[in-house]
Design a binder for this molecule. Structure first.
Ligand code: ZN
Length: 215
């Protein structure tokens, strides 16, 4: 367990983002959390296999830092805070689409789940009142981390065959409209691979709700 993580958890007195005293909140102050404003955007990128998407806000500096605290330092409660922020936006998109099922793109089981013990996107979803289910599984593939690769094509190669439909879930997908939730939309390569997979399992339409998008 990284030392920094433990130190932060036990001794954090100042906000990891702005350095101001924390008061009652932990790691990130309320002011920094509330600085994440909705800047919704949809369907600007054309992503193969995906019928449409909506993103909650731009992936700026504070957003990136907050997500790093969640993903690499294991601050689960911050994922819940993000969930509170996006909740009404996700619900609105769900109401508009009327999907047959809502699911999420699972985190890499080795790099994230095993080291961290939770799935950030699942934690975000738990804080929304949206009914979701685990439909997609992710394989343990030892490949270069996606974050280091910038182009759509290169990323597309890295995510190829990384995902599968969980046992018994094909009937939930077949003939349906599926809404997939993810934390960051970068080039759309992962979303595209997920949409391709769901459509190969019989989904008719696939949409994405991303918390963050490139700005
Ligand atoms: Zn702060």
């Amino acid at each position: 367990m990284p030392k920094r993580w433990i130190e932060r958890l036990l001794f954090a007195e100042t906000c990891a983002l702005c350095g101001e005293p924390l008061g009652s909140s932990s790691v990130v102050c309320d002011r920094c959390l509330l600085s994440i404003h909705p800047q919704p955007e949809e369907d600007l990128l054309s992503i193969p296999y995906l019928d449409g998407y909506r993103a909650f806000t731009a992936y700026g500096e504070s957003e990136r830092k907050i997500l790093e605290l969640v993903k690499f330092q294991g601050f689960k409660h911050l994922a819940r805070e993000i969930g509170k922020l996006v909740s009404s936006h996700l619900r609105e998109y769900e109401k508009h689409l009327k999907p047959d099922a809502v699911t999420f793109i699972p985190t890499n089981p080795f790099r994230y789940w095993f080291l961290r013990g939770f799935d950030p996107v699942e934690e975000i979803l738990k804080e929304t009142s949206v009914n979701f289910e685990r439909i997609i599984g992710r394989r343990w593939l030892f490949r270069k981390p996606l974050a280091r690769v910038k182009s759509f094509r290169e990323r597309q190669k890295l995510v190829k065959d990384a995902f599968y439909i969980k046992r018994g879930k094909i009937p939930r997908v077949s003939g349906g409209k599926i809404l997939v939730v993810d934390d960051v939309l970068t080039t759309g390569s992962t979303a595209s691979e997920i949409a391709r997979l769901l459509k190969s399992a019989g989904a008719v339409e696939v949409y994405l709700f991303a918390v963050f998008r490139p700005h």
